[in-house]
Design a protein around this ligand. Structure first.
Ligand code: FNR
Length: 348
């Protein structure tokens, strides 16, 4: 799946979606769609020679969970707007692809239906204005079989278009989307559901869910270090798909700094603008253990349901295998050890 292939997928998905939904998915903080992918394109490789034929292997683990390849599916809100089975359909694709899926706080599908598809999944938690609701969701996700909590530590610049509400949800904007709260809890959500978490939320969620916590949305080495010292088991370097702050550095700009700061004490992941196997290789070589793919999975879900998402992941995995071989290394770990990637860098 080349970038041209992803662009074609996006266009096909648009044809089947109401314009306001397609626009919401594509939206970025600075109004420029897909610009972050160019930053991954800017990574340069130093291929290794004279190592002879080596076995190529993509299989790895994330927080102890085995996956067939290091390409995971990012948590994205309201997938029933892309497919009637929403997050359950995405989880079905993850199961068939031997990978893991992130499940947004903001889902209209019950955890039990997502879990029964058989894929490993991590629950993405926002700190809601009423933090008891965050706790309740994290505990329920753990009971339903989630194997980690992803705590999102940024707020996006984008507001959800109220027209994206499925018509059969009873309450007003921002409420009934959260299928895993009771009616009573939903009524307590309030108009401003998201708050910026502090460090103490890491230990709190870890204790409530009894699961490892991955901090999602870190762009600085110092924040990554603080998160790990406070008990995070993983750090996801992310700009929320360029939906957070106009003028922000890209995830790729922060990745090596974060990996150095964490220094092997936690797992590091990356997302935002990953669009082909070469981007995945760049992320792995710069210190990520795995990547998350966001919008392409949404578009594939809208275009052809689970089969579409499976095709996308298979295409990316095939490209990653080819890229590894062309770079002269057999595994992501070797790619990193041999320093095959040179980050584009930012103002210095
Ligand atoms: C997101 N993302 C997101 N993140 C999160 O923590 N909770 C959420 O509910 C959502 N919802 C969401 C909806 C849509 C439509 C998009 C596009 C993104 C961010 C997501 O997890 C991931 O960080 C980015 O999508 C990765 O960037 P790319 O691959 O979309 O460029």
């Amino acid at each position: 799946m080349s970038r041209a292939g992803i662009d074609a997928l996006r266009e096909r998905a648009r044809l089947g979606l109401p314009a306001h939904v397609a626009d919401y998915v594509d939206a970025t903080a600075d109004g420029v769609a897909e610009a972050e992918a160019d930053r991954w394109d800017a990574v340069r490789f130093r291929p290794v020679a004279l190592r002879g034929e080596t076995e190529t292997s993509l299989a790895t683990t994330v927080l102890g969970t085995p996956v067939d390849h290091p390409i995971l599916i990012a948590p994205m809100a309201q997938q029933v707007a892309a497919h009637p089975d929403g997050e359950a359909e995405t989880a079905r694709a993850a199961a068939a692809s031997g990978t893991l899926v992130g499940v947004s706080t903001n889902t209209a599908v019950p955890f039990s239906r997502i879990a029964e598809q058989g894929a490993p999944w991590w629950f993405q938690a926002y700190l809601l204005a009423d933090s008891d609701l965050t706790d309740a969701l994290a505990a329920r996700a753990a009971a339903a079989g989630a194997s980690a909590i992803m705590l999102t530590v940024e707020l996006t610049a984008l507001r959800v278009d109220p027209r994206i509400e499925p018509t059969n949800w009873p309450d007003g904007p921002g409420r009934a989307r959260l299928a895993n709260l009771t009616d009573d809890e939903r009524s307590r959500l309030g108009d401003r559901p998201g708050r910026l978490p502090g460090l103490e939320q890491i230990a709190r969620l870890r204790e409530i869910a009894g699961l490892p916590v991955v901090v999602k949305g870190v762009l600085r080495g110092d924040d990554a270090r603080r998160a790990v010292d406070a008990g995070a088991a993983g750090v996801l370097v992310s700009t929320h798909g360029n939906r957070r702050l106009a003028g922000s550095i890209a995830a790729v700009d922060a990745l090596a700094e974060v990996a150095d700061a964490v220094a092997g004490d936690a797992e590091v992941y990356a997302d935002s603008g990953i669009r082909d196997g070469r981007h995945v290789l760049a992320a792995l070589a710069l210190g990520a253990r795995a990547v998350f793919v966001g919008r392409p999975a949404w578009w594939a879900l809208a275009d052809d349901g689970a089969a579409g998402v499976e095709g996308l992941l298979a295409g990316l995995a095939d490209e990653l295998t080819a890229s590894l071989r062309q770079a002269g290394v057999g595994t992501p770990a070797e790619a990193r050890a041999a320093r095959i990637a040179v980050a584009p860098g930012f103002a210095s």
